[in-house]
Write a protein that binds this ligand. Structure first.
Ligand SMILES: [Fe+2]
Length: 331
């Protein structure tokens, strides 16, 4: 009989093998899609990319290769190929990221304006004296995992509880999702209104009629922050601020604030892509498309901020069909 450590090592090896197999399958499909794109058959290419995304929604790196079409990527080629896949009906988040970033780098203000417009929304779930807060805050600090500098995630030096799922867990967590849902419904209704005026919009075309929510808590201390990132596996995502420390009042330093805008790659000029800063407040909700890059500023002092990062998954999302994807999302 295997010792506990051996069983743990075997389970980890099996998981790693499964992940590698999945990645190989997706990369093979994308390689074939690349050939089809080069020959001008975007419809067939989009079918293969859709299959690859269903196998591995983390296909961002491989997708970048597909769109680059060469070792030295040209922004115009990336943009053209992203646009072709979108026109052929593949509008998942990773392709929208490449479409928007390449448009900004090329100075395509029209595309940047259409893709960013007023999709970033803030709302208010409650004020600072909400009766759920003490119990919710305690529950969100339950089962935390420390993240130092994980290679494939954006979090730095912070704690997370990774298993928040709508309809599951402690009653206080179920209630939290029940309260979030009407806010999300309102946001989606507003987006549906915009979609009626722009029915071929690449993001709005994917507006789900039914969705599920999932997420994780983030408990931030002095050094916790998030590098610029997006959420490749969902359609929209949000933040719900539960506990907000006094230091966020420092408006000059923007301690603990959220930055939403260009990914801030120093080698690129992102043209008209407008950035926005959001100051946390207890009960505040932020909602945005999952292709929007965002990052956070460390508190810089020994105080604590607790928020819930949540995602909106279309009910038919491949993420929902694969329980193994219900793990922390690479950001
Ligand atoms: Fe995020």
């Amino acid at each position: 009989m295997l010792a506990m450590e051996d069983r743990w090592a075997a389970a980890k090896a099996a998981l790693a093998h499964k992940a590698a197999e999945r990645a190989d399958g997706a990369v093979g499909l994308l390689a074939r899609a690349g050939t089809l794109l080069t020959s001008g058959d975007a419809t067939a290419a989009a079918d293969l990319v859709r299959q690859a995304y269903a196998i591995d929604p983390w296909l961002h790196g491989a997708l970048r290769l597909l769109l680059s079409a060469s070792r030295t990527p040209r922004r115009d080629v990336v943009h053209e190929r992203a646009e072709a896949l979108i026109a052929a009906g593949f509008t998942a988040t990773p392709i929208l990221v490449h479409y928007l970033v390449s448009a900004a780098q090329l100075g395509r203000s029209d595309v940047v304006a259409r893709m960013t417009r007023d999709f970033l929304r803030t709302d208010r779930l409650h004020g600072p004296d909400d009766p759920d807060l003490a119990e919710l805050s305690a529950e969100l600090r339950h089962g935390l995992r420390h993240y130092a500098e994980p290679e494939q995630r954006s979090i730095r030096h912070g704690l997370r509880r990774d298993d928040l799922r709508e309809g599951e867990g402690a009653p206080i967590l179920r209630r939290m999702f029940e309260r979030l849902r009407p806010v999300v419904d309102r946001y989606l209704a507003e987006l549906a209104h915009v979609a009626a005026t722009d029915p071929t919009h690449p993001f709005l075309a994917g507006l789900p009629s039914r969705y599920r929510l999932g997420g994780w808590s983030v408990v931030s201390g002095a050094d916790t922050h998030h590098l610029p990132h997006f959420h490749p596996m969902s359609w929209c995502n949000g933040v719900y601020y539960v506990e907000v420390p006094p230091v966020v009042a420092q408006t000059e330093r923007r301690a603990g604030w959220l930055h939403v805008g260009p990914p801030e790659d120093t080698e690129s000029d992102f043209g008209d892509w407008e950035a926005r800063w959001i100051q946390p407040e207890p009960g505040k909700i932020v909602l945005m498309p999952s292709y929007f890059h965002h990052r956070t500023v460390p508190l810089g002092v020994d105080q604590r901020r607790i928020c819930v990062a949540f995602e909106i998954y279309p009910a038919d999302s491949p993420v929902l069909e694969n329980p193994e994807f219900w793990t922390p999302v690479r950001s």
